[in-house]
Design a protein around this ligand. Structure first.
Ligand SMILES: Nc1ncnc2c1ncn2[C@@H]1O[C@H](COP(=O)(O)OP(=O)(O)O)[C@@H](O)[C@H]1O
Ligand SMILES: [Mg+2]
Length: 254
């Protein structure tokens, strides 16, 4: 099967510092893949490379078998990859529903030929309604997005990516800044709302990781030191060492 996302030998330097040292990573279509690792390991840098925010010094990135390594961020988004939970995509003075409608409309415009646009706003509205429900914001449908709580803004941000038709989602620490119950709810919501799509997620909360991930990759000092099913990662001695060294040992459980 062609992977949804495949990274080959990714190298990234900032000045003379090698941040990523030959990263290989493969995510299957529909898989929920968690990327874990100590602070400063290079996880966010890797996401930025995938999304086109910066370019690697070496290596190749494929999205469903087509190379995207040197494409601009907008071109990568058009191919169905969205980096979410940045909250930059939310229009504060539009209603929650209109934010989703905008995203759905833009996606529709990009795809449709003029003769296909007659279905028009009804398709767009239906899609926005469906996503609104999926991300649990139906009761907040008509309020300004700017008035949402932090957790709700993040749910809306995910909704915007979904309404925009993304098939592959990158989420960088989606539960950061949330308390335990908010985090658990957010993970459940992500799990349900992204069903059938490919998810690559950076997450520190090990409960969240084990609740959602089909596979886990561990990035330490710019290298993937392990990649596999949650049970295998939990049992991996190198992973334990890396985490214990960084003071994360307790999070891996037994
Ligand atoms: N634009 C940049 N210029 C220089 N160094 C950077 C830049 N971005 C990140 N770094 C460095 O790269 C390393 C990895 O950062 P990052 O990818 O944010 O790690 P993580 O997300 O795993 O915590 C850190 O040491 C960070 O200081
Ligand atoms: Mg980071």
């Amino acid at each position: 099967m062609i992977p949804a996302l495949a990274l080959y030998g990714i190298e990234k330097r900032f000045g003379s510092t090698r941040i990523l040292r030959g990263v290989d990573l493969s995510v299957e279509p529909g898989e929920r893949h968690a990327l874990i690792g100590p602070n400063g390991a290079g996880k966010s840098t890797l996401f930025n490379l995938i999304a086109g925010g910066t370019r690697p010094n070496a290596g190749r990135i494929d999205l469903f078998g087509a190379e995207i390594t040197r494409l601009a961020p907008a071109a990568i988004t058009r191919r169905g990859l969205a980096r979410s939970f940045q909250s930059t995509s939310v229009f504060a003075r539009l209603s929650v529903f209109d934010n989703l409608r905008c995203a759905a409309l833009l996606a529709e415009r990009k795809r449709a030929r003029w003769w296909q646009r007659f279905a028009g706003s009804r398709t767009v509205d239906a899609r926005a309604e469906q996503v609104l429900d999926a991300v649990g914001l139906s009761v907040r449908r008509d309020v300004w997005a700017g008035t949402l709580s932090y957790a709700e803004q993040r749910a809306l941000d995910l909704g915007i990516a979904l309404a925009g038709g993304a098939h592959t989602l990158l989420l960088d620490e989606p539960t950061a800044g949330m308390n335990r119950s908010e985090a658990a709810r957010a993970i459940e919501l992500i799990r349900e709302a992204t069903a059938g799509r490919t998810l690559l997620m950076i997450e520190h909360d090990m409960d969240a990781v084990f609740a959602i991930a089909d596979r886990i990759s561990v990035l330490v000092q710019g290298r993937v030191i392990a990649s596999g099913a949650p049970a295998a990662i939990r049992a991996d001695a190198a992973v334990r060492d890396a985490y214990l060294g960084a003071g994360f040992g307790a999070g891996l459980g037994t």
